[in-house]
Write a new protein. Structure first.
Ligand code: ADP
Length: 436
């Protein structure tokens, strides 16, 4: 019931409140209902005991919560809270100047100062400070001023006893409640702070990694874009003074090779940026045809025609995933398996296997190419890392591949023996999105 009442009295911008302010708001609504209950409760006890002089006090306790709740609802949060506190203080003052000292109303002054801190918060501490002064002043007036009201001087003894007990319970109970609330708020803020700190540390290390990558990126891109241009410039200078058409053709071919390499490099940079920025899509990928399509697209690579492709993928295997990421993964892994083949071996092969086991989709690409020396294995997934002088690529392919696999929440591993061949395995969770 209380949560729905809180929703009902929340102002329209409640969802933008900080969590501590939300808690304070809820406590205020709770205090409104407490004031209402206490007012009704005392009024009933007084009426049952035929004590009528304090009824105006209970009228304040009963009517103010409505006013306060209306102010809260219309976004006058601090005013709503202060009205409630001031009305309760006024009621306490009237009770203390009308009830005999033995009724124990003076105890109620204790939780007042804590309540204002709990309700209004530390940011508006000057309001709390003023309110505390007012509480002290009211207490002084009530017990040391000349303010005794000419009400009944001798209420029944059992009435005094009941009042003393209830005032004690209210004073101690609300003090404990307020202190508990403040401690809880503090503990929550500490936990929140710790979580945020953890979050910040993770973000910071990601940012540091990104910064290092950016440095490497700028260095390598500028170097790799410039070097083919310098060699093209050199070749054109040579060509200018060459009359032999055979030699000229040779220079033209060399220029063409350099331009092709640079074009490949730029394509990889574009692929890298697309992989980072473009959102994941969920598309149906008929995987068997998809693999064949990629092999056909890579046939132009040197030596590809002398390699035997063994494909073990179910013909009706449909993968529900991001096509562009899988294109990146397959073209880089198959492309490398072709590029780094071992031309000294008579029977060269590339085996591609795709399986669906449980909720994982696994693709394995195996070759009997040159293999990767032990000292390079850990670094081949790094940005711009080339593991061999035979590489004419950018050293970006496996980095982009591993980033694409990461985006699919998967993992990529490599087993390789130098001179024997390599085995790349990509494992991606599919959550019932692949079927045969
Ligand atoms: P690039 O091929 O442009 O050099 P990659 O990131 O694709 O860059 O690969 C990084 C390095 O990993 C390559 O330079 C090569 O040394 C090694 N490598 C990748 N795949 C294979 C493979 N199938 N066989 C042997 N070496 C490989």
């Amino acid at each position: 019931m209380i949560p729905s009442l809180i929703d009902f009295f929340s102002p329209s911008n409640f969802k933008h409140f900080a969590s501590a302010d939300k808690k304070r708001f809820k406590l205020t609504v709770f205090m409104c209902f407490l004031s209402l209950t206490v007012g009704i409760f005392y009024a009933v006890i007084d009426l049952l005991n035929s004590v009528h002089y304090a009824l105006p006090i209970y009228a304040i306790l009963i009517s103010t919560p409505f006013c306060s709740l209306w102010l809260l609802k219309s976004s006058h949060i601090v005013t709503g809270k202060m009205i409630l506190l001031l009305a309760a203080l006024a009621a306490t003052f009237f009770a203390s100047v009308s009830d005999p000292f033995e009724a124990g109303v003076f105890m109620i002054y204790v939780p007042f100062s804590i309540t204002s801190f709990a309700l209004v918060g530390f940011e508006k501490r000057w309001i709390n400070f003023l309110f505390c002064c007012l509480v002290g002043f009211t207490f002084y007036l009530a017990y040391f001023g000349n303010f005794r009201l000419p009400y009944e001087q001798n209420p029944p003894a059992h009435y005094l006893a009941i009042s003393l007990i209830f005032n004690f319970i209210i004073a101690v109970g609300s003090s404990i409640l307020m202190v508990y609330f403040l401690i809880e708020l503090n503990a929550e803020s500490e936990t929140e702070l710790r979580e945020k700190e953890k979050d910040l540390l993770v973000k910071n290390s990601a940012l540091e990694k990104l910064n290092q990558e950016l440095d490497r990126f700028v260095y390598s891109v500028s170097h790799d874009l410039r070097s083919p241009l310098s060699s093209i410039l050199g070749l054109t200078n040579l060509a200018k003074f060459e009359n032999d058409t055979h030699e000229l053709k040779k220079y033209m071919n060399m220029i063409q090779e350099r331009v092709k390499a640079q074009d490949e490099f730029i394509k990889e940079i574009i692929e890298y940026s697309r992989n980072v920025r473009v959102e994941l899509k969920s598309e149906e990928i008929p995987f068997h045809a998809f693999v064949f399509q990629h092999i056909e697209g890579l046939r132009y690579l040197e030596g590809a025609n002398n390699i035997n492709f063994e494909i073990d993928v179910h013909e009706r295997l449909i993968l529900q995933s991001d096509k562009a990421r899988w294109k990146t993964i397959l073209s880089n892994l198959i492309g490398n398996a072709i590029k780094y083949h071992d031309h000294r071996k008579e029977k060269r092969y590339i085996k591609i296997n795709a399986t669906l086991t449980g909720s994982f989709f696994t693709v394995a690409i195996e070759d009997n190419g040159s293999g990767i020396p032990e000292e390079h294995k850990d670094k081949i997934f790094d940005m711009f890392y080339r593991g061999t002088d035979a590489s004419t690529g950018s050293g970006l392919g496996l980095y982009i591949t591993s980033e694409a696999v990461k985006q699919l929440n998967g993992s990529i591993q490599v087993n390789s023996e130098y001179g024997k061949g390599s085995y790349f395995i990509v494992k991606v969770p599919v959550l019932n999105s692949a079927k045969t």
